[in-house]
Structure formats: structure tokens, C-alpha cells
Write a protein that binds this ligand. Sequence first.
Ligand SMILES: C[S@@+](CC[C@H](N)C(=O)[O-])C[C@H]1O[C@@H](n2cnc3c(N)ncnc32)[C@H](O)[C@@H]1O
Length: 251
Amino acid sequence: MLYSLTMGTKNWYSDWFDSKYYHILYKNRSQTEAEFFIRNLITFLKPAENSHTLDLGCGKGRHSKFLFDNGLKVTGVDLSENSINYAKIQETERLRFCVHDMREIYQRDEFDFVFNLFTSFGYFNSQIENQQVINAIDTQLKKDGILVLDYLNAQKVRSTLVPNEIIIHDGIKFNITRYIANGNVFKRINFEVEKKAFSFEERVELLEINDFKTYLNATSLRLIYTFGDYELKEFQPEKSDRLILIAKKEK
Ligand SMILES: C[S@@+](CC[C@H](N)C(=O)[O-])C[C@H]1O[C@@H](n2cnc3c(N)ncnc32)[C@H](O)[C@@H]1O
């Protein structure tokens, strides 16, 4: 029997990101890299102390905690109940976590910053849902508030895709297959635990800068800077590892 969470009743991302195997596969997600990026963003954006930041799709809160350590008030939200339960261990009065769907509004006109980091976008089934997320961000930011959206660089993903890979963590051998189809990058993850076969699939839309400009232009958010990596170097479509967008709420 094959256990496939992509066949579940919910969306693949609510099942997979909440599963214990997702956390095993990505257990080595780098805290050092998260802190390096946040340090550079803070130097660049110069947030006032106590600025309220929404970490949208915060996962276990690795960026949220470091933002809080640097003097910001932080609310981290994520669809995954397991990730939020883990993040909550770190909660204080000015560092809160909550299960929340980014397509919905959490608090209107409340945030000085919204951070959507490490490809926490592009999982949805329609352009309407992508737009819903950007609209919700717009509604939740104060005037002059800033959105930081850190996404994959579609062009680099297309040119450097590794089709097959094996990763072993906690005695589980994850067989990973990657492919591109219909403007999405797919990652199929097969493994066996106690003689049960599991199969999951991640899918991320290969959105380009112009797609984001279209979403932003339908709101009062305006793109003000674009960077290509966590050092905040210039975005170069052929070379950059990331597409990092900084947009400001103008009205
Ligand atoms: C690649 S992970 C990044 C997590 C975190 N930002 C980090 O860097 O560790 C993407 C996250 O987006 C969350 N996510 C996916 N769809 C969501 C939605 N509709 N609303 C809120 N969070 C969502 C997932 O649960 C997952 O934690």
C-alpha cells in the first residue's frame, strides 16, 4: 500500500508541511543562513525598535525569533499546526505565533513589515489565490509599511535542476525526483518507513518578477528594490540564487 498525502482531502501543502516527515527531511534548514539574511535586511531597512513584523509562513519561527532578538515585535503565522506548536515554545509577550492561512487577513493596518521568506508562496492552485495573498498583505500593512518577499529565481531553477537525489535523515532514505511541467517545479519524495511506502509531492510555481509586479500593481504596494541573494546583491536573472522583492505600501 502506498501512503500518499497528496491524495488527501486537503491541499498538498497543508498535509505535507504539517507532516513529521517534512520536518525530518528539512531538519538541517540553516539557522545561520536565516540570521545572516535577517541581519542584512535589518541593516538595510533600519526598522524602528518595536516595529511590528508579520512573518507570513513562518514555519518553526527561525526568522521570527531572530527578528525578535533584534528588538522587533513579531507575529509569526503558518498553516501548519505542528510548526506553530513548535514555534510557540519560544513565545514571549512580543513574539507570538498563530495558525493562520496567508490568504486571509490576520489584522488590518497593523504591521510595519510583512516578511514572506524562503519560498513561502507559489503553492496555490490559481492566480486568484496568489493575488489574494498579496491583497491580504496590503490590507495588513500600515501606510509606508514594507513587504519583503523572498522567492526562488525561476530562471536559475530551470537551468540548474537536479533531477534525482537521495537524502538520508534519521535512518529514512528519501528518494527525490525533480521535474518541471506547466510552469511549476515538482519535487516527488518517496520513502519507506516500517515497510510502508510513502509518496509526497511539492509543487512551486515558477513565478517571475513580472508576475509579482502584476500582483503588486493591483494593490497599493510598489516594488522599490530587488535583490538576488541573502547578501542583498543585485538580482541577475541568470545567476542569482533568489528573487528578493521589497515593496512599499504607498497609500
Ligand atoms: C518552505 S517553508 C518556509 C518556512 C519558513 N519561512 C522558513 O524559512 O523556515 C513554507 C511554509 O509556508 C507555509 N504555508 C504554505 N501555505 C500556507 C498558507 N496558505 N498559509 C500560511 N502558511 C502557509 C508552510 O506550512 C511552510 O511552513
